[in-house]
Design a protein around this ligand. Structure first.
Ligand code: AMP
Ligand code: GLY
Length: 425
């Protein structure tokens, strides 16, 4: 089968790598892809913001399966558009993807189905803000309703700051685009866990739990980024905790979506805060996490194509997932200046040696091929992902591999996994 993957990041590189391992896959196409993905898949340019462009490309390629990586095409309705043309596609419909594309929808949905989440208020107009914010104690979280590429959440130390931020979302001064609705939310404290599941609309299969590192600086300081590293271990969640999250969060979500006539088929990513009251949902995503996918998929022993097709065909319950034991980690290397402004076009070297380290994969996010040379083309450039018997072993392999790679201004955090190592050295 020919499989087409939409997207261009490290997540899509990991998806392409895992799909290419399936004996049933004859060719992998990625649109638009990147310099690293081009080594294992044919890459074709496409505008991920343009539904018609994507539909034209997939129709012309006529793959046996299309996998949608990022949230934007899902929110534009790529799955509905391809399905209506008789094309097979893995991902939620536009209506189901609202769990990610509208935070107001997600909060109201959780309330309807008694799914634990922070207390909140949805404001549809700036005139409602003052009264709403008065009901919360600082720190207060202010969120744009729609997709904002990680920039739509503002943690506010006082009611005044919250009011100013919420006005900024409504009038467009914060995100460049004005929000139609703003969510005011209680601040939650605890460890964050990415609890990512597959669903066929009825059945649910949790993937391995993971934790990502969103801040640019060591020990979680500085600006938020797309993710500077992640890890996953067998001991991150006790079996009883996994069961609790399934019963109180994942299952009611999938059941609720089916009951409301918008069954969710695809990847349900529950971003959880492990609060003293128990796990609560911070956000849903309707897709694989980045960089969580780079630590999860290398530990998947089952055939990814079989698993994704089982979701589409409603037989996930007959397709158990098998995992390799131990731990995995990935460390992201970024361009100097990221997540603020940065330069690109610097040549990369040492990739051959980096790939020689055992149980390591190099997944690219911001690289491009210029002639025969691989150069940087984004803020997050690539990650070294590694597996091991322990988290320590996985991290040591990832760092050993990354030490071989050079490009001007290379930066990476040296503390990935520190919380887990502190808890269990
Ligand atoms: P979101 O885009 O909703 O995932 O939020 C991005 C990040 O903001 C989360 O991963 C959390 O670190 C933080 N965040 C979101 N909501 C809250 C909350 N209610 N309390 C504390 N932190 C939050
Ligand atoms: N790692 C966070 C995300 O994929 O949204």
């Amino acid at each position: 089968m020919k499989v087409l993957i939409l997207g261009s990041g490290g997540r899509e590189h990991a998806l392409a790598w895992a799909i290419a391992r399936s004996p049933r896959v004859s060719a992998v196409v990625c649109a638009p892809g990147n310099g690293g993905i081009a080594q294992i898949a044919r890459c074709i340019p496409v505008d991920l913001k343009n539904l018609d462009d994507m539909v034209r490309l997939v129709t012309a390629e006529a793959p046996g399966l299309t996998i949608v990586g990022p949230e934007l095409p899902l929110s534009l309705g790529i799955v509905d558009a391809l399905q209506s043309r008789g094309l097979r596609v893995f991902g939620p419909t536009q209506a189901a993807a609202r769990l990610e594309s509208s935070k107001a929808f997600a909060k109201q949905f959780m309330k309807r189905h008694q799914i634990p989440t922070a207390k909140y208020s949805v404001c549809a107009h700036a005139s409602e803000l003052e009264e709403a914010i008065a009901l919360f104690h600082p720190p207060i979280v202010v969120k744009a309703d729609g997709l904002a590429a990680g920039k739509g959440v503002i943690l506010c130390e006082s009611r005044n700051i919250a009011l100013e931020a919420a006005h900024g979302l409504f009038n467009g001064s914060l995100l460049g685009e004005s929000s139609q609705q703003v969510v005011i939310e209680e601040f939650l404290e605890g460890d964050e866990i990415s609890f990512i599941c597959l669903s066929d609309g009825t059945h649910i299969a949790p993937l391995l739990p993971a934790q990502d590192h969103k801040r640019i600086g060591e020990y979680d300081t500085g600006l938020n980024t797309g993710g500077m590293g992640a890890y996953s271990t067998d001991t991150m969640l006790e079996p009883q905790m996994t069961e609790w999250i399934m019963r109180h969060i994942a299952e009611p979500t999938i059941r609720g979506m089916a009951e409301e006539g918008t069954p969710f088929i695809g990847v349900l990513y529950c971003g959880l805060m492990m609060t003293p009251r128990g796990p609560e949902v911070l956000e849903y995503n309707a897709r694989f996490g980045d960089p969580e996918t780079q630590v999860i998929l290398p530990r998947l022993e089952s055939d990814l194509l079989d698993v994704l097709e089982a979701c589409i065909d409603g037989r996930l319950d007959q397709t158990p997932l098998r995992w390799s034991p131990g731990a995995s980690a990935c460390v992201v290397a970024s361009s100097a200046g990221y997540p603020a402004s940065y330069k690109t076009g610097f040549p990369l070297t040492g990739l051959g040696n980096a790939a020689q380290v055992p149980s390591v994969q190099i997944f690219h996010s911001g690289t491009a091929r210029v002639g025969s040379q691989l150069v940087t083309s984004g803020g997050r450039v690539l990650c070294a992902a590694a597996q091991g018997d322990s988290l320590r072993e996985a991290l040591s392999r990832a760092y050993q591999s990354l030490a071989e790679i050079q490009f001007e201004g290379i930066y990476f955090r040296r503390d990935i996994g520190y919380r887990a190592l502190k808890a269990k050295p």
